[in-house]
Design a protein around this ligand. Sequence first.
Ligand SMILES: C[S@@+](CC[C@H](N)C(=O)[O-])C[C@H]1O[C@@H](n2cnc3c(N)ncnc32)[C@H](O)[C@@H]1O
Length: 288
Amino acid sequence: MSEICKNWSTWLKKTRFSYMNELQMQQTLNWLMAIRDEVLALADIKDGQKVADFGCGSGLLAFGVLEKFEDRVELIFSDKFQDCLDECEKILSQTNIKNNVQFLKTDISDIKLSSNYLDRAMTRSVLVHVKEKQPVFDELYRVLKFGGYYCAFEPIISENTRYYELLDKNQITDYDDFMKAEKEFMENPSDSLVNFNAQSLDENMTKAGFSDVLVNVQAVKSNYVPSKEGILNWFIAPPAPEKKTMKERFLEYFDEKKVDNFILEVQEALSDKEISVSSNTALIKAVK
Ligand SMILES: C[S@@+](CC[C@H](N)C(=O)[O-])C[C@H]1O[C@@H](n2cnc3c(N)ncnc32)[C@H](O)[C@@H]1O
C-alpha cells in the first residue's frame, strides 16, 4: 500500500485532496456539505428514529444528523474499518452529545444488525468501493423497517471525462493505444469503482425488493487550470486505499518508460490551461 495512503481515515483527511490547490479543496469541502444536505433532505429524518450512516468514514452524514437532531435520534456510525470509527469517536468526544450514539464495525455486505431495525440507512461514496453491489442492497433492505428509506449519494465514475477526451491526438505519442487502455480499465466489470451506472443501481435496488426507487443523475461540470504537479497527482494519488493509481493502471498495458512519457505529454498538453471536466453523480432514494 502507498505510504501516503495507509488507511481510510488518512485517505479521507489527506490523500483525496492531494492533487488540489487551496481553492479546489475549499470548493470540494463546500460541495461535500451540499451533498450531505441533499442526502439528509431526502432522508427526511424524524425525532426518535433509528438512523445509520454506513461506510461513515469521518462521519460526513452522521455528524450532519447530529448537528440537526443532537441526541433525539438513535444514530449509528458504521464502517468496515476501525480507524474510521476511532476518528468519529474522537470528533464526537469534542461535542457534548453522550447519548443515543453507537459505533458499529461491520461490512455493508453483511451488516451486523437484526432485520427490520432501522428507519433510515444512508451512504455516501461507499457502493463505489464494494465490488459486488447486489448483496449490499439485499442487506440494506433486510435491516430497514417496512416504510424505511435508504438514501445515498454516489459518484458514477465510469461516466466521468476521460483523459483522451481532454487531449488531441497530435499531443500524445501512441494516443490510440492509450485511449484503448483507458477505455478498457474504465469499463472493467471487476473494478468496484467503475462497474456500475445509474441503471444497474436501479436494477439492484428493485431486485432487492425496494419500491419508489429514485436514481437522480447529475452531470457536474467544472472548469479549472491544473498545475503540472496537480496533473502528476492525477496519476499517482490512489483513488482509495489499496486501489491502483492511474499510473499503475496504465502500467498493466505499457512499460514504465512509456507511461512516464505519457504523463509528461499530458502535463505539457494541459498544465496552466483551462480544462473542462464532467463528473456524474447520483442521488439515490429507495423505500422498503
Ligand atoms: C469515500 S469514503 C466515504 C466516507 C463517508 N461516507 C463520507 O461521505 O465522507 C468510503 C468509506 O466506505 C468505507 N467502506 C469501504 N468498503 C466498505 C465495506 N465493504 N463496508 C463498509 N464500509 C466500507 C470506507 O472505510 C470509507 O470510510
